[in-house]
Design a protein around this ligand. Structure first.
Ligand code: GRF
Length: 207
């Protein structure tokens, strides 16, 4: 399975994928390219250290959004990837990319969708909302990307305990360590072995 990983920040989910390929938790998979809209993203350094092509494609580099959209889609198509992985990608994904990669583009969201997701629920806002609501369980979700925000078919979820004295940062870190960095590699390996199927908007996984 050839994948492109789209990132904007720290790249800890990217690192989990890199490490999982290295230690065999993911097989038959190659990261062809890492693309970031943010030239300073630590994720780009992580890619370079792992010998993976690291590219910066930012809306700021283009006269208008449409040109950026075309450049991003072209960068992915040119590398002939089978799967696009959004790992903390903070840019609106072009509609034409969503259509071209329907059920071949996945995203990770740091809550149990449909809780605390959709417009505005990014970064620490997700965890602030969970703590404000007083939920006892949160977690992470990997889903296929469709035209909505965090609305595509859910592939895998993993629950994480919320503790009374949690701060948003502490909860975010626990969800990353205990959920995100587990289910993202697991889903990629399942897709690499054709074990993930979508039917009527719901996902069936062969174990
Ligand atoms: C993660 O919390 C992920 O759930 C969200 O953005 C963050 C990305 O972190 N989509 P990183 O860049 O993978 O460290």
């Amino acid at each position: 399975l050839k994948i492109a990983v789209l990132v904007s920040g720290g790249g800890t989910n990217l690192q989990a994928i890199i490490d999982s390929i290295a230690d065999g938790r993911i097989t038959d998979t190659e990261i062809k390219v890492v693309i970031s809209n943010n030239p300073k993203a630590k994720a780009l350094e992580r890619a370079a250290k792992a010998g993976i092509e690291a590219v910066c494609i930012s809306p700021k580099q283009y006269a208008d959004r449409e040109l950026f959209n075309d450049a991003l889609l072209e960068a992915v198509n040119a590398r002939g990837v089978d799967l696009i992985v959004l790992a903390g990608f903070m840019v609106v994904v072009p509609e034409k990319m969503i259509k071209a990669y329907r059920n071949r583009m996945i995203n990770i969201h740091p809550s149990l969708i449909p809780s605390f997701c959709g417009t505005g629920y990014y970064g620490l806002h997700v965890h602030e909302a969970a703590l404000k609501r007083g939920v006892k369980i949160s977690g992470a979700t990997v889903h296929f990307v469709d035209e909505g925000t965090d609305t595509g078919p859910i592939i895998m979820q993993k629950p994480v305990e919320v503790r009374p004295d949690d701060t948003p940062e502490v909860l975010q870190r626990r969800i990353m360590e205990q959920a995100e960095w587990q289910i993202m590699p697991k889903v990629i390996d399942l897709i690499a072995h054709d074990k993930v199927h979508v039917k009527d908007g719901r996902v069936f996984v062969e174990e």
